[in-house]
Design a protein. Structure first.
Length: 483
């Protein structure tokens, strides 16, 4: 049994470890995927922001060139040649990242072309393009064609909001030095390893680039993963709870199996004793002529009757236990005199005790003498408590029984000067079949049914029972019954 439990524990541990590791791996993979997705979205947002800002600068230069003092050259009547439409004369003039050219779009609206000058349009337009490029290159060389960082920042923020991303960031400017780009923006130590976007060109010559460093990107990533992480944790907790419940059930079944085994052993011993005694008496009467001696015969018959009565009591206890499990106990409540019950039990115990000297101290308040209880079961309750006090005490035995009326209940207490019960066993003494361990010493007979029966009966009366005990200093059982 122990070997099987060990194997089960190992399998459960390995299974649980596998589930946890699998979920941890899944969470890490999910985190990485979400991180890559976030970086992709940030790259797209920054790329779009830089393009928009650069187009705005390009269009600004174009507007200066095409609407300057020579703008009349490009102004013609549209309706003079109805078949010609020119809503956009320039689109994607430059398209490169590192060759000194930049991509931008420029629109010239409401342009018409007349028959007199249509042939001269390409030459004039080419001249204006060259003039515009020369102007931009001149501005670039003189430092006047710089990116508007504030505008890019504003555009980037709007792009993030459109993507429902809210996180702090820093814009980092990069400048070409030989064949590499070096940051010209001061970066704090705690952001060196932070998530950053790709860098994007912001000038014509390709000497200036720009990227964004994200601060606390973990918050956004974890927020996106929140549902999955919570589901994963709930799954782990659910599986762990199942395993724990299974282990507790296994240990409980093991404990019940051990208790059952102890109960069978005790029951066998208890049943064997009266049977062996009666068998010996019958054999003596048959083989040794005891029947010829009336005095011995009467004595043997008395002993046999006592042992058979004891055997009957043991069988009755087992039957009562089985009956309790099949159907609830029926209470027949009546008003009775509690002092009378105690007196009868005390007198009966004094007559039965031959090995121990037992004394009783009975104290019952006059207003607490009348109780509304089931007579049969209440007698059994008091008898069980008193018999336990006698069995688990030395010699002499002193038992104190008190019954007092409290404002809301009647309190009955049974105290003794016995061995007492260790604190770690006190919560279990009312469990079925439970007996306080005594090591290899088994000098007290019993099945562990008495106190379990007592608790059930008290609860059937809507009452409570408690135990106060200290090892070596006796025990006190306290019963509270409603008035």
């Amino acid at each position: 049994m122990i070997k099987r439990i060990r194997i089960i524990l190992i399998l459960v541990f390995v299974s649980m470890l596998g589930v946890v590791l699998l979920q941890v791996y899944w969470i890490r993979q999910s985190y990485q995927i979400n991180k890559e997705q976030l970086q992709k979205e940030l790259n797209l947002a920054l790329e779009k922001s830089v393009k928009v800002e650069m187009n705005e600068r390009m269009n600004g230069q174009a507007e200066i060139i095409f609407r300057g003092e020579n703008a009349a050259v490009m102004t013609v009547k549209k309706d003079s040649i109805p078949n010609v439409k020119m809503d956009s004369l320039l689109n994607k003039v430059f398209n490169s990242q590192d060759s000194g050219r930049a991509e931008f779009t420029m629109h010239i609206n409401s342009v018409g072309v007349s028959g007199d000058n249509i042939d001269s349009i390409p030459e004039k337009f080419e001249f204006r393009i060259k003039e515009m490029v020369a102007s931009m290159l001149s501005s670039e060389m003189s430092g006047g064609f710089k990116a508007n960082i504030q505008r890019i920042d504003s555009l980037f923020t709007n792009e993030l909001l459109d993507r429902e991303i809210e996180l702090p960031y820093n814009i980092e400017q990069l400048t070409r030095q030989d064949s590499t780009f070096v940051s010209s923006t001061s970066i704090s130590y705690d952001t060196i390893n932070s998530l950053k976007t790709r860098s994007f060109q912001t000038d014509i010559m390709g000497n200036e680039r720009l990227r964004v460093r994200i601060l606390n990107e973990q918050e956004v990533i974890l927020e996106r993963m929140l549902t999955g992480v919570l589901a994963s944790l709930l799954l782990i907790l659910f599986v762990l709870s199942c395993f724990i419940y299974m282990l507790l059930t296994i240990f409980k079944q093991k404990k019940l199996s051990q208790i059952k085994s102890d109960f069978i052993n005790n029951m066998t011993h208890e049943l064997k004793t009266p049977i062996a005694t009666v068998s010996a008496i019958v054999e003596s009467m048959q083989s040794f002529g005891v029947l010829d001696d009336n005095e011995k015969t009467q004595k043997y018959l008395t002993v046999s009757q006592t042992e058979l009565g004891r055997l009957s009591g043991l069988v009755e206890k087992v039957l009562n236990m089985a009956r309790e499990e099949r159907e609830p106990l029926q209470m027949h409540i009546e008003e009775l005199n509690f002092r009378e019950i105690c007196d009868n039990i005390i007198n009966s115990q004094k007559m039965k005790q031959e090995e121990k000297e037992v004394s009783f101290d009975l104290k019952i308040d006059e207003e607490a003498e009348r109780l509304k209880v089931d007579r049969f079961h209440m007698v059994n309750v008091m008898q069980n408590l008193i018999e336990n006090s006698i069995k688990y005490s030395g010699n002499p035995v002193h038992i104190k029984i008190e019954c007092q009326r409290k404002p809301d209940f009647i309190q009955i207490s049974v105290s003794d000067n016995g061995n007492g019960i260790h604190k770690k066993h006190q919560a279990k003494v009312f469990d079925q079949f439970y007996r306080v361990p005594t090591g290899d010493v088994h000098n007290v007979k019993g099945f562990g049914l008495g106190l379990h029966y007592v608790r059930n009966i008290i609860e059937k009366h809507s009452g409570k029972i408690g135990l106060s005990s200290e090892a070596g200093r006796g025990s006190t059982f306290t019963i509270n019954l409603p008035c």
